[in-house]
Design a protein around this ligand. Structure first.
Ligand SMILES: CC(C)(COP(=O)(O)OP(=O)(O)OC[C@H]1O[C@@H](n2cnc3c(N)ncnc32)[C@H](O)[C@@H]1OP(=O)(O)O)[C@@H](O)C(=O)NCCC(=O)NCCS
Length: 239
């Protein structure tokens, strides 16, 4: 993967959502949080010297998408999307057919995870419709794990790349992470391409059990270091 492969760049806007649930900010502070600029510039954390615990539930706007923090009400759409075998067969932890109750419980835990700083999960919306999910979970110190999935009709438009790129900017610049892991089934070339375009490097592969396929599969494992990404961004912009 060379720096030349990261040719896409999208402006993002960080938009505070209703964060009263956790009472993170006063209204004055919320107004100050709204920042527009390139993903290399939207550093909310600098303004507030925030700890991860205090991160507000923000939405992120990209050129074509809106990423908004997930909530329990997203479970129904997620169930619809995961009812497509072509989507769910690529998700190691999902079951097929999807389990409505388990999906509901999972979405109900997201606000708590966000407040704890263990996962930042976003619904990807295009023209007001939820088309998928992008998230960083398993956060431990400065390390997290990137994942994404889209409904079938939204594939092939580089939405996964655009959404993941914006989320990476958020977790590296605002949430204090410095290393991301990810992975894909060995027969999921599209996901491998998304990760490579994002700057991830393949570091190996491993066998793991796919709950949707009910069999062991080979997963290709990737890592993205914040430092390496920053170098790549500078090279891309000629700085
Ligand atoms: C994987 C997924 C998120 C990709 O999203 P997407 O928005 O369609 O991705 P993109 O449009 O950026 O396309 C990905 C790239 O893969 C390429 N690609 C697509 N299918 C491919 C295939 N079968 N073989 C090789 N390359 C392929 C595309 O040409 C594109 O490359 P390019 O940008 O160089 O042209 C989407 O297919 C999806 O949701 N799949 C089901 C769930 C899933 O796999 N999640 C990830 C689990 S690891």
């Amino acid at each position: 993967m060379g720096k030349g492969s990261r040719t896409h760049s999208f402006d993002v806007a960080i938009i505070p959502t209703n964060s009263s649930i956790h009472g993170y900010y006063t209204q004055k502070e919320q107004n100050q949080v709204s920042v527009r600029g390139s993903h290399a510039q939207h550093t909310i954390g600098e303004a507030f010297q925030m700890t991860r615990q205090s991160l507000p539930r923000v939405s992120i706007g990209t050129a074509r998408l809106c990423l908004r923090p997930t909530s329990a009400t997203d479970a129904g759409r997620a169930f619809e999307i995961q009812s497509d075998w072509n989507v769910t067969r690529m998700l190691g932890n999902a079951t097929y057919p999807p389990d409505k109750r388990a999906i509901g419980e999972w979405f109900s835990s997201h606000e708590r995870e966000w407040a704890d700083g263990t996962a930042y999960r976003f619904a990807i919306e295009q023209a007001g419709r939820m088309i998928g999910i992008v998230d960083v979970d398993g956060i431990d110190g400065r390390l997290g794990s990137l994942g994404y999935w889209l409904e079938r009709s939204a594939w092939g438009k580089a939405y996964a790349f655009e959404a993941a790129q914006a989320l990476i900017g958020f977790v590296f610049q605002d949430a204090g992470l410095s290393r991301l892991e990810s992975g894909h089934a060995s027969d999921n070339a599209a996901s491998g391409r998304v990760l490579t375009k994002l700057g991830f490097e393949q570091v190996g592969s491993r066998e793991l059990f796919s709950h949707s396929r009910r069999e062991s599969i080979v997963q290709r494992c990737y890592v993205l270091e914040k430092e390496a990404r920053n170098i790549g961004l500078k090279a891309d912009t000629g700085d």
